[in-house]
Design a protein around this ligand. Structure first.
Ligand SMILES: [Zn+2]
Ligand SMILES: [Zn+2]
Length: 132
């Protein structure tokens, strides 16, 4: 199969747009949501292609995939370590602006003698809107 320059360019544009939409959204959206945002711009785009692009971006370390044990993944355009708050009721995922515990990895290493690379921390409860 011959891949034309046009096709490559279109693919790059799609991926850049997906990254842009994800970075602009503070809501840690699902692939479905991202697809709904960009499909009007790329009529030939499918949900499968969105998933493929997200996987690629994740492999490149440009985005993160959050798996909260639900049936679908959420994606995060913020790559630096940060903590999350997950609302029980509306299922929204918020970034928490507080410093990441650098010592936590070391503590876990001490406790396990394993090689700890990173940690993830999620707080659960009700968000402001839902606790009213
Ligand atoms: Zn809520
Ligand atoms: Zn986040």
């Amino acid at each position: 199969m011959v891949i034309t320059f046009d096709k490559v360019l279109r693919k790059t544009k799609q991926r850049e747009r997906i990254l842009e939409v994800l970075r602009g959204a503070k809501s840690h959206p699902t692939a479905d949501w991202i697809y709904s945002q960009v499909k009007s711009e790329f009529p030939k785009l499918s949900l499968g292609t969105v998933y493929r692009n997200l996987r690629l971006l994740k492999e490149n370390g440009e985005i993160r995939e959050l798996d909260f044990g639900s049936t679908f993944s959420r994606f995060d355009g913020v790559c630096e370590d940060h903590y999350h708050f997950v609302c029980h009721k509306c299922r929204r995922v918020f970034d928490i602006k507080m410093p990441v515990e650098a010592n936590l990895n070391k503590k876990a290493e001490k406790a396990t003698h394993f090689n700890v690379e990173c940690h993830r921390l999620e707080f659960y409860g009700l968000c402001k809107g839902c606790s009213k």
